[in-house]
Design a protein around this ligand. Structure first.
Ligand SMILES: C[S@@+](CC[C@H](N)C(=O)[O-])C[C@H]1O[C@@H](n2cnc3c(N)ncnc32)[C@H](O)[C@@H]1O
Length: 525
């Protein structure tokens, strides 16, 4: 059966069919990735409604039922937030800098705001309360507390994570920020104009476009691979080496040196030389910025820029494997891609984006106080540390005490929180505290690692308790596959009074199988 719909018609039809907003770009994505076939109808792109029906049947509606079957009937589907779009979960400052392991702002909102429903039958926080996040990470809890008119204190062992969080939540001098960004961009452009790398890149891109159109048409190529009309592992190395001749020719024409160091120094290993020179140049300019808040914001922009410019394939951005110094076949995009030879475009894009996001948040922020303290949550003296930062707020905190915690502790053996930002530690020279991370990936998930995790998290809760009101409420988001949280609660003199089971749909990992995390609600025993 065939009933052709334009992309706009398909988005309207699908929104109606699924009872949620399906945008035209969602539909284009399905076409681009060969999930539904592309037709031409009077010259415009169209798709067959029945292809869409079978795609959604095979996947979407079935998922909730299947997951409940696998993960238990007490799965709270409302906490999947499957109605949200990416732009909601990365709203305003939540996308100032990548950070692996953050939770979505709406999850925090759900627990700290003043709504109730069938699952959350009471409210726990009110305006003016102080919330603590002893594993603050990129600061999601602090930002949401601000949105809800609540104060918040964060703690993180990583200097760089604390910086991300404090930049998000800090007040901004926009005039100074815009001025400094402009100055750096002008001098960076001057610096680049003396080199040939951008011209090289422009010509390379032109050649690549021609080559890709011919040998990797979209979506035709991916469809042929799926239908096994093209054997990907034979075809792609052939084409990769064919294009590398053009690449070499251009490289020689522009006399571009792409030296590659087998260094343990992150910057030398993971950046092509022209990019590294631009990074060093920009960092020197950054050092001259006088206003410390502006300087911190620009540090985050530069860090975000260099993260996008690492000499890696698009598929390995999250987990670096091997430095890439020339064009390569990219599995993610199904065509020949290239590493970056200049950071300018990312620098300009992220500068604009950061200022825009900070403005957006500035226009809605409440007049409350948030700060992330850098330290080990197992033993940090929270109130004395606050006194150094803001004596007036410290007075309020000592008098009022903290109402509760909303936090996602590291999960045992899953992520190395310092290592994920190795480029930033290397460039900016922040002190690393890897050894003080609780449950890092490098220690694994063995018995010893699990015992030390239990001790670590209970020490954090015991330390935090001193600063909490008696009737505190603690919410911990955890992937407790080893069932450690009952012991942690016991060791912390607390009891688990409720558990919310949340389906996690938008996992970035390749593994998309049914998966739930638990939000533990703890109170004084
Ligand atoms: C799961 S992440 C938190 C993410 C956060 N909820 C967000 O949305 O960005 C856990 C954080 O705990 C921090 N951490 C690990 N060990 C710590 C310790 N001993 N003291 C304080 N923070 C620690 C890590 O650096 C990491 O940023």
């Amino acid at each position: 059966m065939t009933e052709l719909l334009t992309i706009t018609e398909a988005s309207l039809w699908a929104s109606n069919h699924l009872n949620k907003n399906v945008t035209t770009s969602n539909i284009s994505y399905l076409i681009q990735y060969g999930k539904v076939k592309k037709y031409k109808d009077n010259g415009t792109t169209a798709i067959n409604k029945y292809d869409l029906i079978s795609y959604y049947k095979s996947f979407n509606g079935q998922r909730e039922a299947e997951w409940r079957e696998k993960l238990g009937k007490d799965l709270n589907w409302a906490l999947s937030f499957d109605n949200l779009k990416e732009k909601d979960t990365t709203k305003h400052i939540h996308r100032l800098h990548p950070y692996k392991g953050k939770f979505i702002p709406q999850l925090v909102e759900y627990f700290i705001d003043d709504h109730t429903d069938n699952f959350k039958t009471e409210t726990y926080f009110k305006k003016g309360d102080i919330i603590l996040d002893p594993f603050s990470g990129s600061g999601t809890t602090m930002v949401q507390a601000n949105e809800q008119g609540m104060h918040a204190i964060g703690i993180d062992i990583s200097a760089f994570n604390s910086l991300i969080a404090n930049v998000k939540i800090g007040k901004v001098d926009f005039k100074d920020l815009n001025n400094e960004i402009k100055k750096i961009t002008i001098t960076l452009k001057e610096f680049i104009s003396k080199n040939k790398n951008t011209q090289f890149e422009v010509e390379l891109l032109e050649e690549l476009n021609i080559f890709n159109k011919r040998y990797f048409p979209s979506p035709g190529f991916k469809i042929k691979v799926r239908k096994k009309e093209i054997i990907e592992r034979e075809y792609t190395p052939e084409k990769e080496s064919e294009f590398s001749k053009t690449f070499e020719k251009l490289r020689k024409k522009y006399k571009l040196e792409l030296k590659h160091y087998k260094s343990s120094n992150f910057l030398e290993k993971w950046y092509l030389e022209p990019v590294k020179n631009e990074i060093d140049f920009t960092f020197e300019r950054l050092k001259k910025v006088k206003n410390s808040t502006t300087k911190k914001i620009i540090t985050i922009i530069l860090s975000r820029t260099i993260r996008s410019c690492r000499a890696t394939t698009h598929a390995d951005l999250a987990t670096l494997k091997k430095p890439v110094t020339k064009t390569y076949y990219c599995r993610k995009h199904g065509k020949i891609c290239k590493p970056l030879f200049s950071m300018l475009s990312w620098w300009e894009r992220y500068s604009k984006d950061t200022v825009k996001r900070l403005y957006e948040f500035n226009n809605m922020r409440s007049n409350t106080y948030q700060n992330c303290l850098q330290g080990d949550a197992r033993n940090i003296d929270i109130f004395p540390e606050l006194e150094n930062k803001n004596p007036e707020f410290a007075k309020l905190a000592i008098k009022q005490k903290i109402k509760g915690i909303f936090s996602s502790p590291p999960y045992v053996g899953l992520i190395d929180y310092h290592e994920q930002h190795a480029y930033a530690y290397d460039l900016f020279g922040f002190k690393r505290n890897d050894k003080l991370e609780i449950g890092p990936l490098y220690k694994g998930q063995g018995r010893e690692a699990r015992n030390s995790y239990i001790d670590g998290i209970s020490q954090v809760l015991n330390n935090s308790k001193q600063y909490l009101q008696d009737d505190y409420d603690i919410f911990l988001v955890a992937n407790d596959k080893y069932n450690m949280y009952p012991t942690i609660a016991e060791k912390s003199g607390m009891k688990i009074i409720n558990q919310y089971k949340r389906p996690v749909l938008n996992r970035t990992e390749k593994n998309k199988s049914a998966y739930a995390e638990i939000i533990f609600h703890l109170k004084k025993k």
